[in-house]
Every structure is written in structure tokens, then in C-alpha cells.
Design a protein around this ligand. Structure first.
Ligand SMILES: C[S@@+](CC[C@H](N)C(=O)[O-])C[C@H]1O[C@@H](n2cnc3c(N)ncnc32)[C@H](O)[C@@H]1O
Length: 192
């Protein structure tokens, strides 16, 4: 399967999922237990756990997204990353609440292994980098949202977790073990 492309036209809204077509698009990719890391105002029609630095909309966890990933014992099937897209935007629209560069948070998601196998990460922003292959992800969907006028487009990247090298090696090792056991069984049975 290649990358599924979508193009949506929606008037801009600082609460991203107040844009109905975009909200429906995001919900269509969500599966299982969802972690909505920069949850903001808009609730999705999915089984979501909401994290935000602001208490205004009563998130399930009030605090910094990075600290949450670092401390949580929960595991998820989908993670949504919809942070303020620039420091300017964070000052203008989210009372200066900001996460900074996303590299740190992406690495933490991988090293804390909070996403189940074949899980999905949905990233929104001004770039299509996402989690990328280097972190063990493959792109399965891209959506450009045109807000017309002088607005930047919103870029949505959908990525699926593929097996990490470590996981692959474990499977390989276990397969070898099973093959050896079967071989021993037949060797004994036929006294080879
Ligand atoms: C783009 S808005 C999210 C909008 C949301 N998806 C919606 O549709 O309502 C970004 C949100 O990230 C929150 N935020 C900013 N920095 C954060 C951080 N370090 N940790 C957690 N939340 C943060 C802001 O308070 C804001 O609610």
C-alpha cells in the first residue's frame, strides 16, 4: 500500500479539530486507545486520553507532554501530535504554551515504547517529516489542508509503526529456537 493523499479546504481555526472535515479525517485514522498529547479544546469522537499544559479545558492529565511520555505506564494504539506550530502561534493563540523542537518528544515516544505494534502516529504542523523511517515508521497517509487567504496550509502526516530492528531480531532468534526444537524432535524419533 502506498501513501494515501487527501486535500481539504477549511477555514482556519486555532482549535484545529473545530474544522469539521479535518476532524472527520483524523477520526477516520484513529484506532484503539488514543493519546491526544496537545489536546486543546476540541474533543474527538474516539476513546481518547487528553493531555495539555493548560487547565482551561480540563484534560485527563494536566502537564507537559514530554513529562507525561516520560512518566506514563499506559500504552496506546494511536498518538496525536497537534502542538502549536510555531513559537509565534503559541504566543498569539495559546498563552505562550509551547513544546519547542519536536525531535525530543518523538525520540521519547520511541524509547519509552508507549505505542503498541502497528500503532499509528498522527502529526500536524508545517512539515511532513513526522516520525520517519529512522524511528521505525512508514508513512501511510498525507493530508494537505488549505485555509485560503494568507494562511499556511496544515500538513497532516499519518504513520504506522513497523517492526524495530530489535523486535525483528527477537522474532528471528525465537524462530531459530523453534526450528532447532523441531529438528531435534525428528532426529530423536528417527535416531539420526
Ligand atoms: C494547536 S492547539 C491543539 C488544538 C486541539 N487539537 C483542538 O483541536 O482543540 C495546541 C495545544 O497545545 C497545548 N500545549 C502547548 N505546549 C504544550 C506542552 N509543552 N505540553 C502539553 N500541551 C501543550 C496548548 O495549551 C494548546 O492547547
Amino acid at each position: 500500500m502506498g501513501i494515501k493523499l487527501e486535500y481539504l479546504m477549511q477555514p482556519a481555526n486555532r482549535w484545529t479539530f473545530k474544522q469539521p472535515k479535518l476532524k472527520t479525517y483524523i477520526e477516520s485514522w484513529c484506532k484503539g486507545n488514543i493519546l491526544n498529547l496537545f489536546a486543546g479544546k476540541t474533543k474527538l469522537n474516539v476513546n481518547e486520553f487528553r493531555v495539555d499544559l493548560s487547565n482551561e479545558f480540563k484534560p485527563d492529565h494536566l502537564g507537559n507532554a514530554f513529562d507525561f511520555i516520560n512518566e506514563t505506564k499506559l500504552k496506546f494504539d494511536t498518538i496525536i501530535l497537534d502542538p502549536p506550530y510555531s513559537i509565534r502561534k503559541s504566543r498569539e493563540k495559546y498563552n505562550g504554551k509551547y513544546i519547542g523542537k519536536l525531535t525530543k518528544i518523538k525520540n521519547e515516544i520511541v524509547s519509552r515504547n508507549i505505542l503498541n505494534s502497528n500503532g499509528i502516529i498522527i502529526s500536524l504542523g508545517y512539515s511532513s517529516v513526522g516520525m520517519s523511517k529512522s524511528r521505525g515508521f512508514k508513512k501511510i497517509g498525507i493530508c494537505l489542508v488549505c485555509h485560503s487567504g494568507d494562511h499556511n496550509d496544515t500538513i497532516v502526516v499519518i504513520e504506522e509503526k513497523i517492526q524495530t530492528i530489535i523486535e525483528k531480531n527477537i522474532i528471528k532468534k525465537n524462530t531459530k529456537k523453534i526450528e532447532n526444537k523441531v529438528q531435534n524432535y525428528w532426529n530423536k524419533k528417527y535416531k539420526r
